[in-house]
Design a protein around this ligand. Structure first.
Ligand code: HEC
Ligand code: HEC
Ligand code: HEC
Ligand code: HEC
Ligand code: HEC
Ligand code: HEC
Length: 392
C-alpha cells in the first residue's frame, strides 16, 4: 500500500524538478544569446518610447531601426550611448520603462554594447546588410555602386513599396521619398544638414558635422540659413554637382562649399555706389576656416580678418565683438557701448543686465544695416549718410 503511494510521489517530484530547471533556463537564457532589434528591442521601444519619439517628434524617431541609427543616441559598442544613460537608474527617460525597468534597460545596454545594434534575421541578403560600419552594409554597397538605387527597385518595387520582395524600404526609411529623402545619407529627423555626416559622425569637432546646426537652425543672434548660403543645394538626388563623380573616392569627405549670392545680398557684390568692399568668402579645407565672409565681419568697419574655425562650436566665435567691435572701429562714430541700444540700432539690440543682446534676430546678420528703425541694403547704402551723422 505504502509503496504504491511513494512511487508516484517520487515520479511527480522528479518531473517537478526537471520542470523548474527547464523554467529556470527559459527565464535566464545563456548570456551569450545575441539580442536583436527585431526580436528583443523593437517591442520595448514601441511600447515605451515611440509615443514621444516618432516621425513627427521634435527630437528623433525611435519607431524604426534607421531612425535609431540616424538619431546618434545609440553608437554600436559605446557604453556611453545616450539611449543607455537615459534608461539606466536615475536616467531622464527611466520612468517611461514601467515595470521591469531594470530588465528592459539592461537589454538595451547589452544590445548596444555587446551586440552592436544587431538587426535580426534577413534571409536573402548578407546578415550584416543593415549593420552600420559593416563592409557588407547596404549603405556601403549603394555607395560603391554609384548610388544606383534602380538595382534595389527590381525587387523592392518602383516606389520602394516592397514589390516582389514584399519588403518595403519604408519599414526603415519612413520619410516621404523613402531612401531618396534628403536626410537618408546625411542629416537627422529635423533637417538634412549633418549630423549625422556622411560617415556617421555626430560630434561637432568632425569637419563633416562642424557648426552646421547652429547655422541651419539659427540661434540667439540670427535666423537660420538655407543650405544654398554655403552650397549649391540640389533639387533631387541626381541634380548635377550633388553626388561625387568619382565614386572610388571612398573618403567622400569633401562636399563642395560654394558660397552663393543670396536674395539678401549677404555675400554678393555690392551693386550700388556705396562701399568698394566686396566680400569674397572662402572655405579652407585644410584649416577648416572661413575667411572674407560678410556674415563674420567682412563689411565696412567690420573685423575684416576674422577667420572662424568650422569645427569649434563652443560659443567663443559667436561672442559679441568677434565679427565687429562694439562699437565698430574705422569710420563708425565713436560712441559708448550702451548707445547702440538706446539710439541708432535700438530695433536690433537691447541692454539686459548691463550687457548688449540681440532683441530682434530677424534684423541681425540679415544683409541689411538697421539704422533708426529702417533697414538699408548694405550694397546700396550711402556711406556719407552714415558717416555724416552727428552722434554723442
Ligand atoms: C512622454 C514623452 C517621452 C517618452 C515616453 C520618452 N521620451 Fe525621451 N525625450 C522626451 C523629450 C521631450 C526629450 C527632450 C527633452 C529632454 O532632453 O529631456 C527627450 C529626450 C530623450 C533623449 C535625449 C537626452 C539628451 O540628453 O539629449 C533620449 C536619448 C531619449 N529621450 C530616449 C528615450 C527612450 C529610450 C525612451 C523610452 C524608454 C524615451 N526617451 C521615452 C520625451 C519622451
Ligand atoms: C531594417 C532597416 C532598413 C531597411 C528595411 C532599409 N534600410 Fe537603408 N539604411 C538603414 C540604415 C540603418 C542605414 C544607415 C547605415 C549606415 O550608414 O551604415 C541605411 C542607409 C541607407 C542609405 C544611405 C547610403 C549612404 O550613402 O549613406 C540608402 C541610400 C539606403 N539605406 C537605401 C535603402 C533602400 C533602397 C532600401 C530598400 C530596398 C533600404 N535602404 C531599406 C536601414 C534600413
Ligand atoms: C533579387 C531581389 C532583391 C534585390 C535585387 C534586392 N533585394 Fe533587398 N530583399 C529582398 C527580399 C526577398 C527581402 C526579404 C528577405 C527577408 O524577409 O528576410 C529583402 C530584404 C531587404 C532588407 C531587410 C529588410 C528587413 O526589414 O529586414 C534590406 C535592408 C534590403 N533588402 C535592402 C536592399 C537594397 C538596399 C537593395 C539594393 C542595393 C536590395 N535590397 C536589393 C530581395 C531583394
Ligand atoms: C543617396 C544619398 C544621398 C541623398 C538621398 C541625398 N544626398 Fe546630399 N549628399 C550626398 C553625398 C554623398 C554628398 C557629398 C557629395 C560630395 O562629396 O561632393 C552630399 C552632399 C550634399 C550637400 C553639400 C553640397 C554638395 O553637393 O557637395 C548638400 C547641400 C546636399 N547634399 C543636399 C541634399 C538634398 C537637399 C537632398 C534631397 C534632395 C540630398 N542631399 C539627398 C548623398 C545624398
Ligand atoms: C554656413 C555654411 C553652411 C551651411 C548653411 C550649410 N553647410 Fe554643409 N558644409 C559646410 C562646410 C564648411 C562643410 C565642410 C566641408 C567639407 O569638409 O567638405 C559642409 C559639409 C557638408 C556635407 C558633407 C559632410 C561630410 O560628411 O563630409 C554635407 C552632406 C552638407 N554640408 C550638407 C548640408 C545641407 C543639407 C545643408 C542645409 C540643410 C548645409 N550643408 C548647410 C557649410 C555649410
Ligand atoms: C557672427 C558674426 C556676428 C556676431 C557674433 C555679432 N554680430 Fe552684430 N552684426 C553682424 C553683421 C554681419 C552685421 C551687419 C548688419 C546685418 O547684416 O544685420 C551686424 C550688425 C550689428 C548691428 C547693427 C544693426 C544691424 O543689424 O544692422 C548691431 C547693433 C550689432 N550687430 C550688435 C551686435 C551685438 C550686440 C552682438 C553680440 C550680442 C553682435 N552684434 C554679434 C555680425 C555679427
Amino acid at each position: 500500500m505504502k509503496a504504491k503511494i511513494i512511487i508516484p510521489l517520487i515520479l511527480i517530484s522528479l518531473s517537478l524538478f526537471s520542470c523548474s530547471k527547464l523554467k529556470e533556463e527559459i527565464i535566464a537564457p545563456p548570456t551569450t544569446l545575441k539580442l536583436t532589434y527585431k526580436d528583443d528591442i523593437k517591442a520595448i521601444l514601441d511600447q515605451h518610447c515611440v509615443s514621444c519619439h516618432n516621425p513627427t517628434s521634435t527630437t528623433f524617431d525611435l519607431s524604426t531601426y534607421f531612425g535609431i541609427i540616424q538619431s546618434g543616441i545609440a553608437i554600436p559598442g559605446d557604453p556611453n550611448s545616450k539611449i543607455i544613460t537615459v534608461t539606466q537608474p536615475n536616467g531622464s527617460m527611466r520612468e517611461y520603462l514601467g515595470t521591469d525597468a531594470s530588465l528592459k534597460a539592461d537589454k538595451i545596454k547589452k544590445w548596444v554594447v555587446e551586440d552592436s545594434l544587431a538587426l535580426g534575421a534577413i534571409k536573402i541578403h548578407p546578415s550584416d546588410w543593415a549593420q552600420v560600419g559593416s563592409e557588407n552594409s547596404h549603405a556601403k554597397f549603394i555607395r560603391k555602386t554609384s548610388w544606383n538605387l534602380d538595382q534595389c527597385k527590381q525587387c523592392h518595387g518602383r516606389n520602394y513599396n516592397g514589390g516582389i520582395s514584399k519588403s518595403p524600404c519604408y519599414v526603415c526609411h519612413n520619410a516621404p521619398g523613402g531612401p531618396e529623402a534628403c536626410n537618408t545619407c546625411h542629416g537627422n529627423l529635423l533637417n538634412s544638414a549633418p549630423p549625422r555626416d556622411l560617415n556617421n559622425n555626430f560630434s561637432t569637432s568632425s569637419p563633416g558635422v562642424g557648426a552646421h546646426q547652429v547655422h541651419v537652425v539659427g540661434g540667439n543672434f540670427s535666423l537660420g540659413f538655407d543650405c544654398n548660403e554655403c552650397h549649391i543645394k540640389p533639387d533631387s538626388l541626381r541634380s548635377p554637382g550633388h553626388l561625387p563623380i568619382d565614386v572610388n573616392d571612398t573618403t567622400l569627405s569633401r562636399a563642395e562649399v560654394e558660397f552663393q549670392p543670396s536674395s539678401l545680398s549677404r555675400n554678393s557684390t555690392p551693386s550700388g555706389t556705396g562701399d568698394s568692399l566686396v566680400p569674397n568668402p572662402n572655405y579652407s579645407y585644410d584649416q577648416l576656416t572661413c575667411s572674407n565672409t560678410y556674415c563674420h565681419g567682412y563689411f565696412k568697419n567690420g573685423n575684416l580678418n576674422n577667420t572662424p574655425k568650422w569645427n569649434v562650436v563652443d560659443g567663443t566665435q559667436s561672442a559679441c565683438g568677434t565679427c565687429h567691435g562694439l562699437p565698430p572701429g574705422g569710420s563708425h562714430p565713436s560712441v559708448s557701448y550702451t548707445s547702440c541700444a538706446s539710439f541708432c540700432h535700438n530695433d536690433v539690440v537691447e541692454l539686459f543686465e548691463g550687457r548688449l543682446r540681440i532683441k530682434d534676430r530677424t534684423k541681425h546678420v540679415n544683409g541689411k544695416l538697421s539704422l533708426f528703425g529702417t533697414e538699408k541694403d548694405f550694397s546700396v547704402r550711402q556711406k556719407d549718410k552714415i558717416v555724416g551723422l552727428k552722434l554723442k
